[in-house]
Design a protein around this ligand. Structure first.
Ligand SMILES: [Ca+2]
Ligand SMILES: [Ca+2]
Ligand SMILES: [Ca+2]
Length: 138
C-alpha cells in the first residue's frame, strides 16, 4: 500500500485534521513522545493504542461517536479529506465508511510498523529519530 508521506503524522498520531490543514503535518517528535505514557523513551504498541483511544475525542469533532469526513472543517477539506479517507480505508473493519473508537484504537498501526524497522513492536529512540528525519513528500 502506498502511503503519501505527509500523511504519516495524521495516520500515526491521529492528529486533528485542523492541524494537518495548517501545514503542521511534519512529524513532531514531541507529539510522538506524548504516547510514551511510562516515559521510558520508547513507545510500545499498547502505548500507541492507548494514545489513539484518548485521541479519538479530538478527531471526532462533531461528537457523533465516529470519525469520518464530516469531522473535517470545510476550509480544511482539500488537504485533510485524502488523509482521512486513507485512515478510514486502513482501519474500517466493518466497512461502513467511518471509524468507531474500537476500529480506530485497535486498527492497523501502519506507520508504527513502518517506523519499527527491527520489528520488535517498540519504537525506540533510534527509530523515532529516523522517523522524524524521514523526508516529506513534495
Ligand atoms: Ca464524528
Ligand atoms: Ca467502521
Ligand atoms: Ca523497534
Amino acid at each position: 500500500m502506498k502511503i503519501i508521506k505527509p500523511l504519516f503524522a495524521i495516520l500515526l498520531l491521529g492528529l486533528p485534521a485542523i492541524a494537518f490543514a495548517q501545514g503542521t503535518q511534519k512529524l513532531d517528535i514531541n507529539r510522538i513522545k506524548k504516547a510514551d505514557t511510562n516515559h521510558d523513551g520508547k513507545i510500545t504498541e499498547p502505548e500507541m493504542r492507548t494514545y489513539r483511544n484518548t485521541n479519538f475525542k479530538q478527531l471526532d469533532r462533531n461528537h457523533d461517536g465516529f470519525i469520518d469526513n464530516k469531522d473535517i472543517p470545510r476550509f480544511a477539506a482539500e488537504r485533510a479529506v485524502p488523509a482521512m479517507n486513507q485512515m478510514i480505508t486502513v482501519n474500517d473493519a466493518n466497512h461502513d465508511g467511518r471509524l468507531s473508537r474500537d476500529e480506530y484504537a485497535n486498527g492497523r498501526l501502519v506507520v508504527f510498523d513502518l517506523f519499527d524497522t527491527n520489528k520488535d513492536k517498540v519504537l525506540d529512540q533510534a527509530e523515532l529519530k529516523r522517523a522524524q528525519e524521514m523526508p516529506q513528500a513534495k
